[in-house]
Design a protein around this ligand. Structure first.
Ligand code: ADE
Length: 259
């Protein structure tokens, strides 16, 4: 449902960041660039520094109560957020912080299907004044590690979301997408040469039997997931046929360890 009366619904992604060039550069490659240039979504940045009123264009200050480090100031970030909200009044405000909900595919899909514009609040080096964080509808972390800023996490989120916008992925990329749904990891892929340094491509992929190849790929996706990420497999909704392949994989793995 990406159509409205006036045409395509164009998701707006607005980054509140002290480093707009970082965002612009990152969005100037590959699929993100192509999708942007095709007008499938828009990306823009608003710099809180542009809303400072002092000669030094100060965006941070020492923490109240003392201590090391600096804290991002409330006034320039509030002003930047107001400017972003004027451009996208119904946008979801997402703050990127290691203290947020760890991003997973279910949240990505929920946000992608909501098709709501998104304002990313990106901090850098220092923490936000809590009153800035309190403006966010959602706080997101991209993993249990600390980065120097929220720009890369916000770009990760952008990348995961735009993949769901119709037309952003090309035909072959969409086909790949379908085969990787249902919490399964990628099956092994090969291209020419058929033999390299004694290592060969599995015969089945050269057989021309498309039904058998499809089945082999599904089984190998199940095998890879079982061996590398069994936690994902527990979440996968396997069909009866997939369940049978899974049992074969388990038996084959046991046989291998008993060899
Ligand atoms: N800012 C710094 N580290 C982060 C992380 N892991 N996720 C989101 N924002 C961050």
């Amino acid at each position: 449902m990406w159509l409205c009366r006036s045409g395509l619904i164009k998701m707006k992604f607005i980054f509140i960041t002290l480093f707009p060039e970082f965002i612009a550069d990152a969005c100037n490659f590959s699929i993100i660039k192509r999708g942007r240039e095709a007008g499938l979504f828009t990306v823009q940045s608003i710099n809180p520094r542009d809303f400072t009123t002092d000669n030094h264009r100060t965006v941070d200050d020492t923490p109240c109560g003392g201590g090391a480090g600096m804290v991002l100031k409330v006034e320039p970030f509030f002003a930047a957020l107001a400017a972003a909200r004027a451009l996208a009044p119904d946008a979801l405000v997402v703050a990127l912080t290691p203290a947020g909900e760890v991003l997973g595919q279910p949240r990505v899909e929920q946000l992608a299907h909501a098709q709501q514009d998104i304002i990313f609040l990106c901090g850098h080096y220092e923490g936000f004044d809590q009153r800035i964080l309190d403006q966010a509808d959602l706080k997101i972390s991209i993993g249990d590690y600390v980065l120097t800023g929220g720009e890369m996490p916000a770009l990760v989120m952008l990348d995961t979301l735009i993949r769901f916008i119709p037309g952003v992925l090309g035909k072959s990329e969409s086909a790949m997408e379908e085969s990787f749904s249902n919490n399964l990891l990628e099956y092994p892929q090969y291209t020419r040469p058929i033999e390299y340094q004694g290592k060969t491509v599995p015969d089945i992929l050269l057989s021309g039997d498309h039904a058998k190849i499809k089945q082999w790929r599904l089984k190998e996706a199940i095998r890879t997931t079982y061996l590398l990420r069994p936690d994902l497999l527990a979440k996968a909704n396997l069909s009866k046929g997939e369940g049978k392949l899974f049992l074969e994989v388990v038996a084959e793995t046991k046989d291998k360890t008993n060899e």
